[in-house]
Design a protein around this ligand. Structure first.
Ligand code: A2P
Length: 268
């Protein structure tokens, strides 16, 4: 097929799809979003990640990327950092519509609804590009079938880094079908740590001092009704996990659903 021709010189590895970039949006010098075609027959659960790659000097380079689009989406969306000398992102940040991107065939991940026991309120804690798996889940009707309330927290250094999240929520509100399903169940709580903004501070501080809960008008975390998902840097995962455990929530997994889950494959 025509779309693999560019790879005839360097054979495409087995078990890999070759897809075409359909759009690229740059938010800051550190962040961008891209969308690409979805392979026929490619199935995933909202919140999972896939290995995304490029051929660099004849060799495939892959990195784990949460799929930011929902399971029903026609295209696949990703939200990426740009690392100036990053083996993959230094190249990936230059992609344009029409370019080809590799994706390994098997998606996986722990930030899935099935890894949590039933609850009333789902908290999604994210920093930086850690919002990506939640971008998928907040667009999935199943999330709203399972929870009465969904709280997406997103913390970044600067205001411009929050734009992806604001665009996302706006897109949901403007979508006739989705907005009806979501109703007023979705709360978006965005904060910055290094620039002026109405809401300031690390999510861990805001949980520890109770400001997150007072700002939202919600009670403190309660393992009987609250569920959590965490995605961010390894330091953020560790600190947020500690706070959830202090509130007596237990970490779960696909094989053993419980009260919160963490994505360890993610490196933000
Ligand atoms: P801070 O500015 O105080 O470091 P990064 O862009 O470095 O991945 O960070 C994204 C956001 O995550 C920043 O707002 C950063 O705050 C915050 N952050 C970094 N480390 C932690 C942590 N251990 N717990 C909670 N938030 C963190």
């Amino acid at each position: 097929p025509a779309k693999t021709e560019e790879f005839t010189a360097a054979a495409v590895p087995a078990g890999v799809y070759v897809e075409t970039v359909t759009s690229v949006t740059h938010y800051t010098d550190r962040l961008f979003r891209f969308r690409m075609t979805r392979p026929d027959g490619f199935r995933f659960r909202s919140g999972e990640f896939a290995m995304i790659g490029l051929m660099v000097e004849g060799k495939p380079i892959f990195r784990a990327y949460s799929i930011a689009s929902p399971a029903w989406g026609e295209e696949l969306e990703f939200f990426s950092i740009k690392v100036p000398d990053g083996p993959l992102t230094s190249h990936l940040q230059a992609i344009k519509p029409g370019d080809q991107v590799l994706m390994r065939k098997k998606p996986t991940g722990t930030l899935v609804l099935d890894a949590l026991t039933p609850g009333k309120r789902l908290y999604m804690f994210s920093t930086g590009t850690g919002i990506a798996p939640f971008a998928s889940l907040i667009r999935d009707p199943e999330t709203y079938e399972k929870y009465e309330e969904v709280i997406l927290t997103h913390t970044a250094r600067e205001v411009a880094e929050l734009k992806y999240g604001f665009d996302l929520v706006e897109e949901i509100r403007n979508d006739e079908l989705l907005s009806e399903i979501v109703g007023d169940k979705l709360r978006h709580y965005a904060t910055t740590t290094r620039e002026e903004f109405p809401f300031r501070g690390r999510i861990t501080e805001l949980m520890a001092n109770g400001k997150l809960f007072s700002d939202l008008g919600l009670p403190p975390l309660d393992p009987a009704v609250d569920r959590g998902m965490i995605c961010g840097s390894s330091a953020m995962l560790k600190d947020t996990k500690e706070l959830l455990e202090k509130a007596h929530l237990v970490e779960g997994a696909n094989s053993k659903p419980a009260e919160f889950v963490i994505e360890r494959a993610f490196v933000g």
